[in-house]
Design a protein around this ligand. Sequence first.
Ligand SMILES: Cc1cc2nc3c(=O)[nH]c(=O)nc-3n(C[C@H](O)[C@H](O)[C@H](O)COP(=O)(O)O)c2cc1C
Length: 164
Amino acid sequence: MSLYPTGVCIIATQIETQAPFGITVNSLTSLSLEPPLLMWNLQKSSDTYKDWRDAEFFGVSMLRIEQAHLAQRFAVRGQHDFEQGELARGETGCPILEECLATFECKLHARYEEGDHVIMIGEVLAASPRSDLAPLTYHKGLYGSVDTGRVLNQATNDANRGRR
Ligand SMILES: Cc1cc2nc3c(=O)[nH]c(=O)nc-3n(C[C@H](O)[C@H](O)[C@H](O)COP(=O)(O)O)c2cc1C
């Protein structure tokens, strides 16, 4: 799967009065438009696994290239706390980061334990995209970005227009 290029997110939640926490994730994918659902996978070996069992809401912060340091930090075992002033609240109160490529505020819709991972499905309550920013990508174990000026020819793209 490391050959499949993805974006990178920090997914964060807060359980009752505990401190919010986040984890670096590249398994995010869209699931349904009606209702609007997205999903991601949590490894059961994560330090955060037990806490995620009690999560009712979560915020997805899709990172831009300048936020690679956050992806690195939230991928360190046992390191899931936000620094002072780093975390914002979305319109529903979900923990999100500011100045991201996009944020999604989700209510936990379902979770399925499969193999050594848990599929976390969220219903999107609010979305805030910023198409002018360059994404942080992950490919072959390396962080990078895409050259948004490089697209395939128009015929290829016209054939696909409106499908997604
Ligand atoms: C680019 C990248 C993507 C990752 N994607 C996921 C993911 O989708 N699901 C997951 O559970 N862990 C993922 N991880 C691993 C966690 O971020 C990392 O293992 C974890 O936060 C650190 O261990 P801990 O959760 O046990 O403290 C990813 C790590 C990196 C660097």
